[in-house]
Design a protein around this ligand. Structure first.
Ligand code: SF4
Length: 354
């Protein structure tokens, strides 16, 4: 394991002074309530502050306590999450709220090890909750911290390998101070979000520039290196955008399966030997319709475990058409834009124009 190329104690000292002057005032910073901090941390995974702020307020209006969140149906939580993306977070949020009520008497544990047993809480999120709500000395390693460490230590390897993971956690532990953990944690998050940004780090304004190896070597824009893409299987599907009276037929996926609780247009897999067009025609027949199909186009979307190639077709039904009783969810285009459609179908919606 490599040593830090500077005195670890120097980093919190430099960061805390900067944070007192330049730290951000965010809605979830005015609290030490672990429920609110957890909620903001889950929302901030993979999403920026600007997009999260309204959702954070809306969730607290609807669910002021973890007990109220746990008591809500999953579908309500998913619909409120619509637009924020990465819906596994909404499902985990709901599952964790239920566990906190059932197993922890509505009280969040303060130790990272216990928090990590809850759905959707990895080591870094557990560290953040523990440090921000309880002032425990717990390191974090989110995307911001990983990038800062890559640059501070001029890490010239893939940033997400097992080796990098082990090394960065060690460095993050060494840098986390014994006191003022709460402020330090927010300070390093802020540095990554506002100064040591992915594409254009503002090194001239950085409180850590004198320690930074990437800066010394002129590599601050080169690092972190690009992580090689993970190979995932390809699925091919056909989706039917079936229109009647300016509204489209949608269905909700079962809550307990893949992309559970999210909405989509009627869809069929395209197995070897079949064409997307044939599968779309079968979908139309399945709904009791017939008539010409219009090809809308094809989109590609990457999920965590597979890549989806989605072929989209459009058909219009006459007003007298009687749809199957269990398929009566028709939504207008403005309504579809607000619906929790899963990623590929959200992209596909754009092919409709309007
Ligand atoms: S000097 Fe530049 S690259 Fe180094 S930590 Fe600061 S902002 Fe990031």
């Amino acid at each position: 394991m490599a040593e830090l190329p500077f005195d670890p104690a120097a980093i919190p000292a430099a960061l805390l002074g900067w944070y007192a002057r330049a730290g951000r005032d965010l809605p979830w910073r005015q609290t030490r309530d672990p429920y609110r901090i957890w909620l903001s941390e889950i929302m901030l995974q993979q999403t920026g502050v600007a997009a999260v702020t309204d959702y954070y307020r809306r969730f607290l209006e609807n669910f002021p306590t973890v007990g109220q969140l746990a008591a809500a149906p999953l579908e309500t939580v998913i619909d409120l999450w619509a637009g924020l993306g990465y819906y596994a977070r909404a499902r985990n949020l709901h599952a964790t709220a239920r566990r906190i009520v059932k197993e922890h008497a509505e009280t969040f544990p303060d130790q990272p090890e216990e928090l990590m047993r809850l759905p959707g809480i990895g080591r870094s999120t557990a560290g953040a909750i523990s440090a921000l709500a309880f002032d425990k000395r717990a390191p974090i390693l989110d995307g911001n911290v990983r990038r800062i460490l890559c640059r501070l230590c001029a890490w010239r390897e893939a940033p997400r390998s097992a080796r990098a993971e082990q090394q960065f956690w060690r460095w993050a532990e060494l840098l986390t101070p014994r006191r003022q953990v709460h402020d330090y944690t927010q300070a390093i998050m802020d540095l990554g979000a506002t100064v040591c940004t992915p594409r254009a780090p503002a090194c001239a304004a950085c409180p850590l520039d004198r320690f930074c190896q990437a800066r010394k070597l002129g590599l601050e824009r080169e690092l972190p290196l690009k992580q090689p893409a993970k190979q995932v299987p390809l699925r091919v599907e056909a989706a039917l955008l079936l229109c009647r009276d300016d509204a489209y037929l949608v269905r909700r996926r079962p809550a307990d399966g893949l992309l559970g609780g999210l909405w989509e247009f009627p869809t069929r897999p395209v197995p070897a030997g079949k064409t997307p067009q044939a599968q779309a025609e079968a979908l139309l027949l399945e709904q009791g319709g017939a008539g010409p199909l219009r090809t809308l186009g094809q989109i590609s979307h990457r999920y965590s475990h597979f890549r989806l190639e989605l072929h989209l077709f459009h058909a219009t039904l006459a007003g007298s058409f009687r749809i199957a009783e269990n398929l009566r969810d028709w939504r207008s285009q403005p309504e579809l834009k607000k619906l929790a459609l899963h990623g590929a179908h959200k992209k596909g919606l754009k092919l409709l124009g309007g």
